[in-house]
Ligand binder design. Sequence first.
Ligand code: ADP
Ligand code: MG
Ligand code: MG
Length: 947
Amino acid sequence: MPKRIYSFGGGKAEGSKDMKDVLGGKGAGLAEMSNIGIPVPPGFTITTDVCAEFSRAGKKLPRGLDAELRAALKKVEALTGKGFGDPSNPLLVSVRSGARVSMPGMMDTVLNLGLNDATVEGLAVRSGNPRFAWDSYRRFVAMFGDVVLGMKPERKEDLDPFEVILDAKKHARGARFDSELPVDALRELVGEFKAEIRRRLGVAFPDDPAEQLRESVAAVFRSWDNDRAIAYRRMNGIPSEWGTAVTVQSMVFGNMGDDSGTGVAFTRNPANGANEFYGEFLVNAQGEDVVAGTRTPQKISELEARWPEIAGQLSEVRSRLERHNREMQDIEFTIERGRLYVLQTRTGKRTGLAAVRIAVEMAEARLLSKEEALLRVEPEALNHLLRPVFDAERKAAAVKGGKLLAKGLPAGPGAASGRLVFFAEDAEAWRARGETVLLARHETSPEDIRGMAAAEGFLTAFGGMTSHAALVARQMGKVAIVGCEVLRFDYHARRMIVSTPAGERTFAEGEWISIDGTAGEVIEGRLETRPSEVLQVVVERSRDPKDAPTYQLFAKLLSWADQVRRLKVRANADQPDQATTAVALGAQGIGLCRTEHMFFGEEKIGPMREMIVAETEPDRRRALAKLLPLQREDFRGLFIAMAGRPVTIRTLDPPLHEFLPHDDAGIAELARATGRSVEKIRERVAELAESNPMLGHRGCRLGISYPEITEMQARAIFEAAIDALEQGAKVEPEVMIPLVGTRKELDHQTTVVRRVAEEVFAERGKKVRYLVGTMIEVPRGAITAGEIARTAEFFSFGTNDLTQTTFGLSRDDTGPVLRSYLDKDIYAVDPFVSIDRDGVGGLMRIAVAAGRATRPGMKLGICGEHGGDPSSVVFCHEIGLDYVSCSPFRLPIARLAAAQAALREAAAKAKAKGARARPAKRNGNGVHVRSGKAARTRRVRAVRARA
Ligand code: ADP
Ligand code: MG
Ligand code: MG
């Protein structure tokens, strides 16, 4: 039978820190601390396997556990010199939960177990402190009643039943704090608590310590499956099979008087990462009192003045635990009559800023290698270093003051305050006169782009994390909340209506609103923000890097990442200023320039609309001729900003009607500009309307119907390239044709592009090297990639559309589907955020293998939004892409994720090499298990053959 219980104490332990799976994080930490001689009260841990046994047996403790518990208790009795249930010298224990990964506050703990009417007297005599004994007893009865017997408030508005009795007692005795209650009041409380348990639950409080222990162990196992633990596991992807361990540990008492106390501390500051001891403690208090907030704790720095000797010991513990675990620790300690005990140590949670600082500083202090430091930081954490932020105290005060209006999807992290406007053009106009604005709308569309650039942030009622507003927010680095469903807009009255639990609230244009795009919270009124230091250095160049410590940490970590990553990173950018930002944030090229965004510029939308409503080719060419110089100028700016790095330019992609005016004024204006009747324009607009525009006349289909559009764009690209060349810039254009599903589509467009290139080269007497390639974004394109690669010189995976078309799920209508699918666990994650490895990823693997089979060494990248998602970046590394392209502000995340992918792969290879040195492994069928690239390629080929 496997070992069910592991003991610790007296300077040694049966377990160790490497046994988190079996002993839980807490149990493993306590065992390890015992092993290295840190003072830990003795105890034992019941394994997570017993939790599984418990569940299988219908929530019953396995037979035989009782005897093992008794044996383990004997050891604790020997080490402490006390007896469990012994009225003359009682041993009290805590029963603590602890899973593999910490789930703070999700499961239950019982303290002071072993007390009854007899042992409490023994404790009073032994400690010489009856008040302490009875205080412990009343705490135990309440905790046992709550955690084990399940005596909770009956309705959610009710207070905790024990709290009610306690409050009444304090009132009757004229006491403000628990600590002011005299012994006889505490004694009365114990009786009243027990009576209430009997009255409400019809059961007696168990006096037998052995029974108390059995029931508490079972209760902690049960708490693995309570609602909040289940919810937490779901949010954090923790498997339900893991189970919790249970640690039973002899009590030490921080509530024994003014020479006792309890506290929690971090070995470094968890908010900013500073290498300082950070924490709080309370004198004469027990366990949860510090967190519960009933009394204001003191700062750890004040410990020195009060108990210099303890402060010295604790500081020694701090550095030992950190050096031993090579990681920032979160420590719980208790001081009993001047003696220090450590009750817990675990990896401390921290902000993004702290994560970066701690990793870099630990590597510099040679506590970690650079590689380890890189693996310690969640790529997403880098976002915290780029975002403007609200002043934390002011925001908390606003929320407390009832100013939190609504919650939506946190699409663009950071903080922004501004005056409400509801139209893109107003955003521009207000901005031009120096106002700070937030653009709030039902949704946004490409024609809002300039207004969006003018706004501090966006707020929409509609759309998901890949909606237009969310995408633009990431690209521009704007703060945004989308899909905030409690908002309605009365555009005519220029009002936003918010349904709140307290009724409807109306906000007029111009009122101040603040949005926290990291939390997805909409707050009424104006809150101060602070710009991020990194961007002040890198983008604004308003700050000297030497005076920017956060920037220095950021730059250092990323320079290490750049040394180890194999994947290149590019940016999705369409404007020269975005390109400059992208280069500053590490872009090695542009992976996607969406030319359509250029057409929304001041003078460009007019000729663009003329081009669209034109009915004959000559008319269309006339309009295109007006667009040519404008587009050429944009491209030239991009080439110069990118200084010789490759620039991938996509030909026109969105459905044409997105560019047309839909209101009377706009239609009249267009009629005037084109010299046509309003009726005619209206007809043309109606003609261009489509039922499913995303699957309609868009992408290369436009360029095939109207080759003169592609011609104009190709001419603009090559003329701009030569202009830039003549200005002394190197250029590397890559022309990319969207939405290709058959080779013939690509052939058609490539012919146009190459013909125009030759014309321009002949006219200018100069040549540039360029590539023509395609996006792989419909399943047919992926499956026939081998054929398409005969023409395409590169592939770029457009995973937004590829996800949409693979799932057959419109990316603009994902809201209701995703909500129910994520809720019911049908999708583990939003496939528009993280690549669906089996489906969409399967198609990508097919296309990678087929493309490179036709064209060895073919350049492959990704330009969908997934290019900035850490787990998708890892996938792109695994399938052998050359680069990922993402929004400029996600570049640092992509760089770090790419480095982590390379490091993990190297580690896995080293491990496999070690394994190969030993005899070959066989799987269950007696077949040699192959791994590595060769096997992967074979699998991909097999999939292709089947497809
Ligand atoms: P959580 O995982 O919620 O932090 P813990 O099991 O760590 O739960 O316990 C809650 C509180 O009780 C902590 O403050 C801890 O320090 C305290 N505590 C637990 N066991 C003991 C003990 N044997 N002696 C004194 N205090 C304890
Ligand atoms: Mg704890
Ligand atoms: Mg696309």
